[in-house]
Design a protein around this ligand. Structure first.
Ligand SMILES: NC(=O)c1ccc[n+]([C@@H]2O[C@H](COP(=O)([O-])OP(=O)(O)OC[C@H]3O[C@@H](n4cnc5c(N)ncnc54)[C@H](O)[C@@H]3O)[C@@H](O)[C@H]2O)c1
Length: 271
């Protein structure tokens, strides 16, 4: 590092935000060249951005998603990494489909269990079908996928399972009995797998996103988004890249001692 740069770094060290920028640029670059990653629900929203970040960092990425249309779009948008990318139509509730897709994978190093749905209604109005659909995808789906892929983690160390939960799992939420129950179950499953698999070279963690901007939130009126953002201590909604960055960090060697935890990525929303 040149003398000037060292001085600049020392000066900005004292000024908070500028230091943060420099820190981000200098230290947080990832290299996953020899890693194979599976992202469920990776054709859109958060999962798509997780897949994109891994591709940018050199990983081999397999996206499993139930929506053929979304997969086609994702494949086009990620075209510049086509030699690193594989996609397959896989519904995480369909064990046969999962087994078949798993058999096509030579190995897995990092699994991101991200696929999820909502069927929000107050408890009084929620039907058994609403309950079953959300539990099947958001909870049983993780069991199905992880069970089928477990034997594909063939490296002795550096194995990662990252489960996408939600901050509502920690605090409850009106109209989300099914979703909160599933996402809280994901946390329980994460902690159990962290205990069972820790000695086998895995670390298993959950991420609890807050309000994240996706296609769904982008369609909301700006004043509604403004009100939502004003409830977040950092004064903004989360970006999909905020979640992707947390996933990539947990996937590094440097994060190997983080096991069985839930990382809230919510701008402090739930404080
Ligand atoms: N967006 C948020 O604010 C937020 C907040 C907290 C948690 N989350 C969680 O993050 C994850 C991603 O959410 P998102 O906002 O990006 O959602 P999204 O709807 O934008 O994307 C979800 C993807 O999962 C796929 N999917 C749905 N059901 C599936 C199934 N049965 N099998 C395989 N794929 C399926 C969809 O086709 C879609 O591509 C979910 O688990 C969600 O619960 C999101």
């Amino acid at each position: 590092m040149s003398r000037n740069k060292t001085r600049a770094h020392a000066l900005v060290d004292l000024s908070g935000r500028a230091w943060d920028t420099q820190f981000t640029m200098k230290n947080l670059t990832y290299q996953f060249e020899n890693k194979s990653v599976v992202v469920t629900g990776g054709a859109s929203g958060i999962g798509f951005d997780v897949a994109r970040h891994f591709l940018q960092s050199g990983a081999q990425v397999t996206i499993w998603d139930a929506s053929e249309k979304a997969l086609e779009k994702a494949q086009t948008e990620l075209g510049q990494w086509k030699s690193q990318l594989k996609v397959a139509t896989v519904n995480v509730t369909d064990r046969e489909q999962i087994t078949q897709a798993a058999s096509a994978l030579p190995k897995v190093d990092i699994l991101v269990n991200n696929a999820g749905i909502t069927r929000d209604k107050s408890f009084a109005k929620m039907t058994a079908e609403d309950w079953d659909a959300v539990i099947q995808v958001n909870l049983t789906g993780l069991f199905n996928v992880t069970k089928a892929l477990l034997e594909k983690f063939t490296e002795p160390a550096g194995k990662r399972i990252i489960n996408i939960s939600s901050v509502v799992a920690l605090y409850g939420n009106f109209g989300q009995t099914n979703y909160v129950a599933a996402k809280a179950g994901v946390i329980g499953m994460t902690k159990t797998w962290a205990r069972e698999l820790g000695k086998k070279g895995f670390s298993v963690n959950a991420i609890a996103p807050g309000f994240i901007k996706t296609a769904m939130t982008n369609a909301m009126p700006p004043e509604v988004l403004q009100t939502m953002a004003s409830k977040v201590p950092v004064g903004r909604l989360g970006e999909t890249s905020d979640i992707a960055n947390a996933v990539l960090f947990l996937s590094t060697e440097q994060a190997s001692y983080i096991n069985g935890t839930v990382i809230s990525v919510d701008g402090g929303m739930t404080l």
